[in-house]
Ligand binder design. Structure first.
Ligand SMILES: Cc1cc2nc3c(=O)[nH]c(=O)nc-3n(C[C@H](O)[C@H](O)[C@H](O)COP(=O)(O)OP(=O)(O)OC[C@H]3O[C@@H](n4cnc5c(N)ncnc54)[C@H](O)[C@@H]3O)c2cc1C
Ligand code: FES
Length: 248
């Protein structure tokens, strides 16, 4: 993990309330799927950085997608080409590279962000990806994900792709696909549903938790939650945990 001063090379509107940000810096470290970054937010006197999942990364660039939630993410939308931001990365443990033949990846909304690299890290397996969005206009990163596995895009209202939740798409293929592991990131109801599916079928399931964060590096304890009965820091000990250890 290191702190970089990075240059903004793109900050584009993806759809209503959503942006894609690409940064460039020298000597970008290797990033594992599921790891995240802490980004400074303009103006520089705003002390707390904001956590964002890393969508793509190579030795020169990294990219993010973000939803406007409050003042911090609102301020990010004003970044333009050539601006600089402080970015600390890679943070957290990320999804593991697991020993298995078939992997299911389930994402919901902005939770899809860390799953592309997680799927790519496991490219030696048969990977099926089930990404869910409320409606067609909110679909993100379809082209990117289709490079990382067999992609099913789901919409709650049926305006595109599979009509229903990504859990329903996953369940409709479980008997035929027989995944040995599931990775999931998204809203809590989605992750709880995936936990139920995985555990009822004996499938090793990993969930990426989201908690309010202050430092992102394990120092402030803002992000503490109960994991297997013990207090853990989501930023440092997670954000990825085995489903059997969380949401008890
Ligand atoms: C590991 C991780 C990865 C994330 N990845 C993404 C992503 O890829 N795309 C995306 O759109 N959002 C992501 N989020 C959520 C994102 O960090 C928050 O929406 C954002 O910090 C809100 O900041 P704000 O100033 O706009 O809102 P405000 O509500 O004004 O935030 C005030 C403070 O609360 C913290 N905060 C608020 N909501 C959250 C939250 N849900 N999680 C963590 N801290 C929060 C902020 O850091 C800030 O310190 C991620 C969160 C975590 C923990
Ligand atoms: S955010 Fe400070 S310990 Fe996790």
């Amino acid at each position: 993990m290191k702190d970089y001063t990075a240059k903004v090379i793109a900050n584009e509107k993806l759809c209503d309330g959503a942006y894609a940000l690409m940064l460039e810096t020298e000597g970008m470290p290797e990033v594992k799927g599921g790891q995240f970054a802490m980004l400074s937010v303009p103006p520089a006197d705003r002390i707390l950085r904001r956590p964002l999942g890393i969508v793509t990364a190579d030795d020169r660039t990294c990219s993010f997608i973000y939803q406007i939630k409050g003042k911090g993410t609102e301020a990010l939308t004003r970044l333009t080409f050539g601006d600089t931001v402080e970015v600390m990365l890679p943070l957290g443990n990320g999804f593991p590279k697991i020993e298995c033949e078939r992997l299911a990846v389930v994402g919901g909304g902005f939770g899809v962000a860390p799953l592309y690299l997680a799927a790519k890290d496991n490219a030696d397996k048969e990977v099926r990806i089930y990404n869910g969005f409320a409606t067609k206009s909110q679909i993100m990163l379809e082209g990117l994900f289709s490079e990382a596995g067999k992609l099913t895009v789901c919409t709650d209202d049926g305006s595109y792709g599979f009509h229903g939740f990504p859990t329903q798409a996953l369940e409709s293929e479980l008997d035929e696909f027989r995944p040995q592991a599931i990775f999931c990131c998204g809203p809590e109801p989605l992750m709880r549903a995936v936990k139920r599916i995985g555990e009822s079928r004996g499938i090793t399931t990993y969930l990426s938790l989201e908690q309010r964060m202050g430092c992102g590096v394990g120092a402030c304890l803002t992000c503490t939650c109960k994991v297997a009965g013990h207090n853990k820091r989501v930023c440092k000990d997670g954000p990825v945990f085995l489903s059997t250890e969380v949401y008890e």
